[in-house]
Design a binder for this molecule. Sequence first.
Ligand code: FAD
Length: 342
Amino acid sequence: MGAGLFGITSALLLSRDGWNVRLVEQRPSIMSGASGNNIFRLHRGYHYPRSIETAVASQESEIQFVGEYGDAVIYSSEHLYAISKSDSLTSAEDFLAHCRTISLPFTKVENPIFRRGSVDLVVRAEEARIDPRALITICKQKLRESEVDVRCGTGVTPELATQFDFLVLANNSGINDTASALDLPVPVRQYELCEVAVVDRVPVGDRDIVVMDGGFISLSPFGRAPGKYLLYDVVNSVQSTQVSAICQLHPEHAYRDQWEESIPSSFDAMKANACQFLEGFENVRRCRSLWSIRTVLPNVDATDERPTTVEWLAPTVLSVFSGKLGTSVVAGRKVVEELQNS
Ligand SMILES: Cc1cc2nc3c(=O)[nH]c(=O)nc-3n(C[C@H](O)[C@H](O)[C@H](O)COP(=O)(O)OP(=O)(O)OC[C@H]3O[C@@H](n4cnc5c(N)ncnc54)[C@H](O)[C@@H]3O)c2cc1C
């Protein structure tokens, strides 16, 4: 249930294992939720100096992800991680120690694009990004070539659920909603309505940039779209936050990828923040925004951890709580293993 990357991957792997799978998606098309509206960084662990578990899970899952979706992965850009001079939750020394601890390759570089005095450290990292268009194309093609019965534009009702031997909930911010309709326990989650601005006139070349660690910025080329970048700001991109069992953020907002007058953009604040760090950012222009709901564990601001978990909610109901995109294939394999052993 849920045709985001985790639902699609689980469905494909189950089908290959011989299961009869129906993939149900409430939106008109696949990849319309967080999987189609994020920053598309294929994390290797640099981003998570405060959660070694998330860093290692990202690092270890990359090879499986590339095995399945490699044609969507772009390794060519320069990836720069910088530590802000002020208010960073991770110091330059801590960041370097983190890289060494889990053997993440890095090269210290002379500050090529950052404002003088804004950052303490800049390293070139070896990381990749994902081209969203290519990823969606691959998913569609793999689903077409598979035996998976894909049904978009329809949700799972408790009645429908009874027609199947197993239900795999991979519907992200909707997992608890479905679980509660099935009378299953629902843990508290943190839901965040997020905006990622698609921008142009960006003076950084083919570079992928992160300033961390805390309320800072991320700027990435937007897949292979020429001249387009994705700007995200850890504070200003989060439009609203809700800590509760059931997500009540407006779902109709969460799947828009076009600018709507009804959704106030935080681009001006994001740009002002980015201008503190990047030279020549004043001329950057927003083309549109991507919107989605991020679902994370509550009260993890200190570590910023993003685990991916596959667990049974009931004897026939398995849930896939997703962390980073790169872990989707590992999670799908775990789903197959759990069902084989059930
Ligand atoms: C702003 C932002 C930036 C991010 N950046 C990155 C990044 O750079 N790198 C990275 O690795 N990760 C990133 N992430 C995290 C990543 O995008 C998500 O963890 C991942 O996409 C979740 O995939 P999913 O398949 O679990 O959920 P989704 O992609 O959200 O899919 C769930 C699907 O379930 C459907 N659904 C919901 N309820 C029902 C129902 N009742 N019936 C049927 N279908 C239903 C939804 O419509 C949706 O299509 C980011 C997330 C956000 C929000």
